[in-house]
Design a protein around this ligand. Structure first.
Ligand SMILES: CC(=O)N[C@H]1[C@@H](OP(=O)(O)OP(=O)(O)OC[C@H]2O[C@@H](n3ccc(=O)[nH]c3=O)[C@H](O)[C@@H]2O)O[C@H](CO)[C@@H](O)[C@@H]1O[C@H](C)C(=O)N[C@@H](C)C(=O)N[C@H](CCC(=O)O)C(=O)O
Ligand SMILES: Nc1ncnc2c1ncn2[C@@H]1O[C@H](COP(=O)(O)OP(=O)(O)OP(=O)(O)O)[C@@H](O)[C@H]1O
Length: 523
């Protein structure tokens, strides 16, 4: 793969990004590698100087290692002797030039994007499960859990960001296309828009699931308005938009979709019985619960508008994952499958067995109730989870093991206290990625906001011990929710990913020890 200096200049000019260039007469020069990291350079690399942590010495290092051209927002003396493309916004330039370098792989994929405060990963996995039924497993996935760019084991890897940096994104897409993948399902975080990681990318389908205050703070969004604005960009960049009509801020969400998409290509969905008197357009798809058992969730989806009739997705569906919120995620994904040309039977078969590491993994014990390991880690998800358990299991005693991370998401902590006060009977406050903060202080901060007349609290910083104690004290009809870490097999402590067996393994061992059985969580 390569890109010429001339092509770079044309693209940057076309997007009014080029401030100046120093390329002598060498516009035909070809760059054969792209990178934003001086530790990853090959001969004839195009190097991007980007990021808050960028140091000019990285450019010197890149030049010494073989970079011949750099893209930056200002000229650097360290780049003397290299070609220089000085741009207004290096993140935007990197997205556009990376897409071109990797030969626009998005044009060879049916690209589906999900955004929302909660449910992105789950919906993305559901949709991959369904699309795999009709394309022989050729659905690529970019999620916050795993990235999958091919069908071989070496094409699946743990992701480091929910939405990759633009250069990595287009490289992954190219790899997916070269591996014969036909569809791509991806999660798009608000940070992806804030940092222009997906600048210039158009999705075939774009989903807006929900929004509640989150990711506000240093290094993320200065306020909710900025968070919402970034999330709305996904709809502006989608050919067809699918929106949860029950989302907060619906009017702004719908308006964002209509800026670039005709209402004929915007689909709304909602639970049966949901009405919004201010809604000026009709709901296209409805879903309603059917009887569920302890391990499965059943619901039906049906068309509620003429436009929706053309999709043959109406009918019953069963999920291996509990939670009424997963019916919402499932319905969104099913509409996606329908818009990709899939019918009910394939979709129902595809979604039937999807499980997701660390999301609603359950085990029924003999004497100590139901144990659930789930990734819920903010007020919205904790509330959704506990409210569902209260309703579904006839007001059980709810015991929660949870902690808040250090160094980030500090504004989430009062939300933990509020949701625990409202729905939990007992909380074990424990350690969850404390970073450079003291886990005892974090636990005390959450504890200070809890109404102890409603929720009893034990602070046990040893997470394994907290899980063991919670299960061992639980009675037959209780529900134990182990929240926040999902499938993580580390604790982030003072800058180091310290190995941790994962909540599933710890809970499994605890059940085995307490009951002398061989526990096995679903999923
Ligand atoms: C604040 C933020 O968005 N930071 C991201 C950003 O960092 P950055 O551009 O500022 O780069 P940097 O890490 O300061 O380093 C500067 C540059 O020097 C280069 N470098 C560095 C060392 C060296 O020896 N040589 C060298 O060239 C680096 O490769 C980099 O290009 O680009 C990096 C990749 O190039 C990301 O890893 C990093 O994400 C940080 C780690 C992060 O955690 N971001 C979170 C907030 C995030 O994006 N989360 C969302 C999910 C949350 C949501 O739902 O909104 C996500 O999409 O994952
Ligand atoms: N639609 C939903 N509404 C509210 N809570 C949800 C919803 N879907 C999932 N959850 C809860 O949120 C947790 C995370 O779900 P999921 O990983 O699908 O969301 P996400 O948007 O990818 O989250 P994150 O941005 O935190 O990675 C789940 O474990 C569950 O507790």
């Amino acid at each position: 793969m390569s890109i010429s200096l001339n092509t770079c200049i044309l693209i940057l000019k076309e997007h009014h990004l080029l401030k100046s260039s120093a390329v002598q007469d060498a516009v035909a020069t070809k760059m054969e590698y792209v990178s934003y990291d001086s530790r990853d350079i090959q001969t004839n690399t195009l190097f991007f100087c980007k990021g808050a942590g960028f140091r000019p010495t990285y450019l010197s290092m890149a030049k010494d290692n073989g970079a011949i051209c750099y893209v930056a927002e200002q000229p650097f003396p360290e780049g003397k002797g290299m070609h220089a493309l000085i741009v207004r916004d290096v993140a935007k330039a990197m997205a556009l030039l990376s897409a071109a370098f990797f030969r626009f792989p998005q044009d060879d994929l049916f690209v589906v994007a999900f955004t929302g405060t909660k449910g992105k990963t789950t919906s993305a996995y559901f949709l991959k499960g369904m699309l795999d039924q009709i394309n022989g497993g050729r659905t690529a996935l970019l999620s916050s859990v795993n990235d999958i760019v091919g069908t071989k084991p070496e094409d699946s890897f743990k992701s480091s960001l929910t939405t990759p940096e633009s250069l990595d994104l287009f490289r992954d897409m190219r790899r997916a296309v070269d591996n014969g993948m036909t569809h791509l399902v991806m999660e798009v975080s608000s940070q992806a828009y804030k940092k222009n990681r997906v600048f210039g990318l158009t999705y075939d389908l774009g989903f807006f699931l929900n929004i509640s205050p989150d990711h506000i703070g240093p290094n993320e969004h200065p306020n909710f308005a900025d968070y919402l604005h970034c999330k709305l960009q996904l709809l502006v960049n989608s050919r067809k938009c699918i929106i949860n009509a029950e989302t907060d801020h619906f009017d702004e969400v719908y308006a964002a979709a209509t800026t670039t998409t005709n209402p004929d290509s915007i689909y709304l969905f909602a639970r049966e019985g949901f009405e919004n008197p201010n809604l000026k357009t009709s709901i296209d798809f409805r879903y309603a619960s059917r009887e569920s058992d302890l391990r499965e969730t059943s619901f039906k989806v049906y068309s509620a508008s003429d436009k929706a009739q053309s999709l043959a997705i109406g009918g019953d569906y069963t999920l291996k994952m509990l939670g009424d919120f997963n019916q919402t995620n499932g319905t969104a994904a099913i509409i996606g499958a329908g818009l990709a040309g899939e019918g009910h039977d394939d979709a129902a078969k595809g979604i039937r067995n999807v499980t997701i590491p660390g999301r609603m993994q359950t085990e029924m014990t003999k004497e100590h109730g139901m144990v659930v390991v789930d990734y819920a880690h903010n007020k919205a998800s904790m509330t959704a989870l506990m409210r569902f358990m209260r309703k579904e299991f006839d007001n059980p005693r709810i015991i929660v093991v949870v902690g808040a991370p250090g160094d980030k998401g500090i504004s989430r902590r009062p939300g933990f206290s509020e949701s625990l006060s409202e729905y939990a009977d007992k909380a074990y406050l424990t350690t969850d990625d404390p970073g450079f903060e003291d886990p005892q202080s974090i636990a005390e901060e959450i504890d200070a906001g809890i109404d102890h007349s409603r929720c009893e609290v034990t602070i046990e910083l040893d997470r394994q011990k907290a899980i063991h104690e919670a299960i061992s004290e639980a009675g037959k009809d209780d529900v134990i929710l182990i929240c926040g870490k999902g499938a993580d097999s580390f604790q982030k402590i003072r800058g180091v990913d310290t190995p941790y067996p994962s909540d599933i393994v710890v809970a499994q061992n605890a059940i085995n020890e307490i009951e002398g059985t061989s526990a096995h969580f679903n999923g």
